[in-house]
Design a protein. Structure first.
Lengths: 141, 98
């Protein structure tokens, strides 16, 4: 899977899971991510989640990490240090670094449980990608 | 918070994370990955902070806001990088904390 596809899959997964989790909390069928897995709201998105999670292999996340680092290096090649990047390039670098931090945390945490994985996608990946996707997707394509 | 204080907090977080990781059985490769990430985030937060402070001197308001927001995000990422290691150290230690 391409890097842009990986980020898109993370975004889709995050939006879908957040929407269903919010509904489950509102309907009082779930209080946390573990009970959410037994809720009818999760049952409604289970096939989509399984499909998207299946697409997000460790290899895909590593490839995304590599692509983000390549773009960081390309930006840094234009200046002697981070501090000397012009404002627009510094903001681009900051978005890339933010995404890199997210992917590194995921790699180090090695979370495999579905409840934890969904919590990570919704609480960490989704806010990061919603902020950074507009800036980084064109850079990674 | 002053830049010096931010630096001190960041350094404290790094030391705490490294100690916890060392005693918590976290693989050295994971510690290195997160430590590298923390270093990059500290460097970027410092660069952003300098621009944020200078923002009054002729930088457009929209850009200044974006620079300041990015600085806050880099500082939050430092905490998150350290927290990931601390959690992993806790898990490796049988859930008994780092």
């Amino acid at each position: 899977m391409g890097v842009a596809d990986t980020i898109e899959a993370l975004l889709q997964l995050g939006i879908s899971a957040k929407d269903a989790f919010t509904k489950a909390q509102s309907n009082k069928t779930a209080t946390d991510w573990v009970t959410f897995l037994g809720s009818p709201e999760f049952a409604g998105i289970e096939d989509d989640v399984t499909n998207l999670v299946g697409k997000l292999t460790q290899g895909d996340l590593d490839a995304a990490l590599g692509a983000v680092r390549q773009k960081e290096a390309a930006l840094l090649a234009s200046a002697p240090s981070v501090a000397q990047l012009p404002n627009d390039k510094l903001l681009q670098y900051s978005d890339l670094l933010h995404t890199e931090s997210l992917l590194v945390n995921r790699k180090v945490a090695s979370v495999t449980a579905t409840a934890e994985a969904l919590s990570w996608v919704v609480n960490e990946a989704l806010p990061t990608l919603l902020t950074a996707a507009k800036m980084i997707l064109p850079l990674l394509l | 918070m002053s830049q010096a204080n931010e630096g001190a907090v960041a350094l404290g977080v790094v030391i705490t994370a490294l100690c916890a990781a060392c005693y918590g059985g976290v693989p050295a490769s994971d510690v290195k990955l997160e430590a590298t990430q923390i270093k990059k985030n500290v460097e970027t937060a410092q660069a952003l902070h300098a621009r944020c402070v200078d923002a009054g001197a002729g930088v457009a308001a929209g850009i200044a806001d974006a620079l300041c927001a990015a600085e806050m995000r880099a500082l939050a990422d430092i905490e998150q990088n350290a927290d990931t290691l601390l959690k992993k150290a806790g898990a490796a230690d049988g859930g008994g904390g780092g």
